[in-house]
Design a protein around this ligand. Structure first.
Ligand code: AMP
Ligand code: ZN
Length: 431
C-alpha cells in the first residue's frame, strides 16, 4: 500500500517542480539563518537567488561530517532553540558527535517517512511492531517508534539486546513486525531455534532491517529462518535517521523519499555529479527540514541511482543497497566505529604503542571486535597479572569512546606487521 500517493506517486515533472521550489526555499533559509552556510555560499560566490531549481543544486557547497563536528553542537540550527523538541546524535561517536535537532514539524516528517517505510512492506494498523532498534540518542528506536504509531500499529519499545526476552515478547505478544539490525535478526532466529521455537507458527510477518550493510544472501537466510519478508531500510542521523529510503514490496532497490531528501551521486575524488547507474558517493540535501537542514551532505556511502519505473506505482528514484564506504568506517552491532577513535584512546595510555589492529568477526551473527595492541618493552617484561589489568583498563576506555565492547589483547613489541604504505588497521572477516 502506498502511504501517501499524492507525494510518493507524484508525476515526475510535478515532483521536479516541487523539489525546485523546496530547494529555493531551503537555500534561502540556511543562507539567512545559518552563518556556517552563509560563509560557505559566499566562499563559492553563490547566492540563494542563483538557484532556480534542482538543476542548479551542483552549484551549492558540500557539507561534510567534519564540518558538522566543527560547528558542534548547535552550529547548524536554522531556527530558535525554543522550537526544538528533540535532539539525537549519530551512533558511536564521542567527543563531538553529529547533532540532529528536530522541531515539531521535523518529528512529524520523521513519522511520515517511517510510515511510508512500513507501508511499503504492507504493514498497517493491525500490526504489532517489536522494535528492537536501540532507543536513546541513536535515531533507530524512536524513528521506528513514531512511524509505527503513525500507521496505527502497536509499538513494543523493547529496544536492543536481551534476546531471551525478545523471544518471550515475540511469542507472548504476537509481534507481526520486527525492526533491528539484520545481523541481530539472525541472532534472534538462531536463539529461537535453540529454544525450540517454530517461527512458522508465530504471527511474525515482516522485518525492516538497516543501520548496517547486508546482502541479498543474508536476506534469503533471514527470510528462511524467521519465516518473514525482510526489507532493507536506509537512513542516517545527519539527514533525519531511518526513513530516508526503503524497499517496496518488489524488494528491488530502495525508493528514496526524494520529495524531502534529494539524492545525488558524485565522484568521491572530484566531487562532480555522476549520471544514473554509475557508482559513486551518495549526497543528500534536506528539502524540508526545519531544525537542522543540510545542503549536499557527503554520506561517504557508495551506491548508484536508478530512475526506472517501478511496478509499485511509486515514482521516487531508487538507490541500490549500500555497496561500500569511501572511508574506513566500520559498523559494529549497528554502531559506527572509526579506527582513528581507537588510536585516539591508545595514545593516552601508558605502556602501549600506537601499533594496533582491529579484528572484526561475526560469531553466531553477533559482531565481535578484538583490538590487538603492542606493548612497550617495559610492560612486556612485567608480570602477566599486570598485563591483564592493563588489557581490562584499555577495554574500559575503548568502551567509553566507541560505545561498543571490544576485547583487548596486548601483544609483543614489534609483532604487528608493519606496512610500507597505508597501515592495515582493520581485518574484517565478516563478509
Ligand atoms: P547513523 O548516522 O548512526 O544512523 O549511521 C548511518 C550510516 O549507517 C549510514 O551512513 C550507512 O553507512 C549505514 N547504514 C544505515 N542503514 C543502512 C543500510 N540499510 N544498509 C547499509 N548501511 C546502512
Ligand atoms: Zn517500488
Amino acid at each position: 500500500m502506498i502511504w501517501d500517493p499524492k507525494y510518493e506517486a507524484m508525476p515526475r515533472a510535478k515532483l521536479k517542480a516541487l523539489q525546485g521550489k523546496r530547494l529555493r526555499d531551503i537555500a534561502k533559509r540556511v543562507y539567512e539563518r545559518v552563518p556556517f552556510y552563509k560563509a560557505k555560499f559566499d566562499a563559492l560566490k553563490v547566492a540563494p537567488s542563483d538557484i532556480r531549481g534542482v538543476e542548479d543544486l551542483h552549484r551549492l557547497p558540500f557539507t561534510t561530517k567534519d564540518d558538522m563536528r566543527d560547528v558542534y553542537p548547535y552550529g547548524l540550527l536554522a531556527c530558535d532553540l525554543k522550537k526544538i523538541i528533540e535532539i539525537h546524535t549519530s551512533s558511536g561517536t564521542t567527543g563531538k558527535p553529529v547533532v540532529d535537532a528536530y522541531t515539531r514539524a521535523d518529528i512529524d516528517l520523521w513519522a511520515e517517512v517511517m510510515a511510508r517505510t512500513f507501508s511499503m512492506g504492507g504493514a498497517g494498523k493491525d500490526d504489532i511492531l517489536q522494535n528492537a532498534y536501540g532507543y536513546g540518542l541513536f535515531t533507530g528506536g524512536l524513528g521506528a517508534h513514531y512511524g509505527a504509531q503513525r500507521i496505527g500499529a502497536a509499538c513494543i519499545p523493547i529496544s536492543g539486546g536481551n534476546t531471551k526476552r525478545q523471544l518471550d515478547v515475540m511469542r507472548d505478544f504476537g509481534s507481526t513486525m520486527l525492526t533491528c539490525t539484520p545481523s541481530y535478526s539472525l541472532y534472534i532466529a538462531e536463539a529461537g531455534r535453540e529454544e525450540g521455537i517454530d517461527f512458522s507458527k508465530l504471527p511474525l510477518r515482516f522485518g525492516f532491517f538497516g543501520a548496517e550493510p547486508w546482502s541479498d544472501n543474508m536476506r534469503a537466510d533471514i527470510e528462511d529462518k524467521l519465516r518473514i519478508k525482510a526489507f532493507d531500510i536506509f537512513g542516517l542521523t545527519e539527514i533525519i535517521g531511518p526513513g530516508v529510503a526503503a524497499e517496496c514490496e518488489h524488494q528491488n532497490l530502495l525508493h528514496v523519499f526524494e520529495d524531502h531528501f534529494y539524492p545525488e551521486i558524485i565522484s568521491p575524488e572530484t566531487g562532480e555529479p555522476l549520471p544514473d547507474g554509475e557508482k559513486g558517493e551518495l549526497v543528500f540535501t534536506t528539502l524540508t527540514k526545519e531544525g537542522t537542514p543540510v545542503i549536499r551532505y557527503r554520506t561517504r556511502d557508495i551506491t548508484y541511482l536508478s530512475r526506472e519505473q517501478c511496478a509499485c506505482g511509486r515514482t521516487h528514484v531508487k538507490m541500490h543497497r549500500i555497496l561500500g564506504r569511501t572511508d574506513d568506517m566500520l559498523i559494529i552491532r549497528g554502531v559506527n566505529v572509526f579506527p582513528s577513535q581507537v588510536e585516539h584512546v591508545l595514545v593516552t595510555i601508558k605502556g602501549v604503542e600506537p601499533h594496533y589492529q582491529l579484528i572484526v568477526e561475526r560469531v553466531d551473527n553477533l559482531d565481535t571486535l578484538e583490538v590487538q595492541v603492542e606493548m612497550t618493552e617495559d610492560l612486556f617484561s612485567d608480570e602477566l597479572k599486570y598485563i591483564e589489568q592493563k588489557e581490562r583498563q584499555i577495554e574500559h576506555h575503548l568502551r567509553e569512546a566507541l560505545l561498543v565492547h571490544s576485547k583487548v589483547k596486548l601483544v609483543e613489541p614489534k609483532s604487528i606487521a608493519r606496512s610500507e604504505g597505508k597501515a592495515k588497521r582493520v581485518i574484517d572477516n565478516r563478509a
